[in-house]
Design a protein around this ligand. Structure first.
Ligand SMILES: O=C(CO)COP(=O)(O)O
Length: 131
């Protein structure tokens, strides 16, 4: 849910998203943190979530694929206070057809003070605070 300012966030729901060139890294990262992540309610964009489910066995609700509205669905969850944290392995080296959706998602996560990591180091710091 929206993180209140000046208090330590309580994380129960988390979305996992990765751009194509970062999907291998995210699946590997999820595998490394599987036991902690298994205690959370997980959501993912279609392709990312499908890979996580297939390759790690974690229970994850798959939304639409990012370019087909998955990023927008996660943004809506944030706006409706239904998501505590977003781990989004972004690719800074590729142009994306749905760049506006990506920007909107990151804007909403910032606006609602959602716990957010856009690279592996920050994601690891977030999960280490929960383990
Ligand atoms: O495009 C994405 C995030 O912007 C991710 O979507 P997929 O997980 O469906 O590839």
């Amino acid at each position: 849910m929206t993180q209140p300012k000046n208090s330590f966030p309580n994380i129960k729901t988390m979305a996992l998203v990765a751009h194509d060139q970062k999907k291998d890294a995210l699946v590997e990262w999820v595998q490394a943190h599987k036991s902690m992540l298994s205690t959370l309610t997980l959501y993912g964009t279609g392709t990312t979530g499908g890979r996580i489910a297939n390759e790690t066995g974690l229970n994850i609700e798959c939304l639409k694929s990012g370019p087909l509205g998955g990023d927008a669905q996660i943004g809506a969850m944030i706006a409706e206070n239904k998501l505590d944290a977003l781990i989004f392995f972004t690719d800074p080296l590729s142009a994306l057809p749905h760049d506006v959706d990506v920007k909107s998602l990151l804007r909403l996560a910032t606006l609602y003070n959602t716990v957010l990591a856009i690279n592996e180091a920050s994601a690891s710091l977030i999960v280490s605070s929960l383990e």
